[in-house]
Design a binder for this molecule. Structure first.
Ligand code: ZN
Length: 149
């Protein structure tokens, strides 16, 4: 996988999307958690595949998760009409919630959201914790509109 995902229109999606939900992998900044690790863990939890549609590793590479036309498994009650994006990290060296995004991850997230806003102009971008009833720190940074413009 490569960042070509950001520039080519290589997918078709017939699902209605009104939400883009951002997550962190809840991984300490000193540890690695690859897209394969994530996929394996989600499968072990009984999911058919990785729960997210995109996974952004520390090097800024965006990896394909579930196809966009498939419902994700990342935000209970909101999977049907949403796209899930996860970045590797979210915990500091002691395991506390922290915005550990690298400059590369920030840049990739920005570009990915720009692209998704073109395809789904009606979609709102939120952090997982911004959804009603969610009591988590995920994605460990404040998601506001400006990161998607
Ligand atoms: Zn989350």
């Amino acid at each position: 996988m490569s960042n070509a995902i950001l520039t080519s229109s290589q997918y078709q999606n017939y699902r209605h999307i009104d939400l883009v939900v951002i997550h962190c992998s809840a991984t300490r900044c000193t540890r690695s958690y690859t897209v394969d690790d994530c996929r394996r863990d989600h499968r072990n939890q009984g999911f058919a595949d990785i729960g997210y549609h995109y996974y952004i590793t520390r090097d800024g590479v965006v990896h394909a998760g579930r196809p966009l036309y498939t419902e994700g498994a990342h935000a209970q009650g909101y999977n049907r009409y949403s796209i899930g994006i996860c970045y590797e990290g979210g915990l500091d060296i002691r395991g506390r919630p922290a915005d550990t995004r690298t400059p590369q991850q920030k840049d990739t997230l920005h570009r990915l959201l720009q692209r998704l806003k073109e395809d789904y102009p009606q979609a709102r971008v939120v952090g997982h914790r911004d959804l009603p009833g969610v009591r988590k720190a995920c994605p460990c940074f404040e998601v506001n509109g400006d990161i998607c413009i």
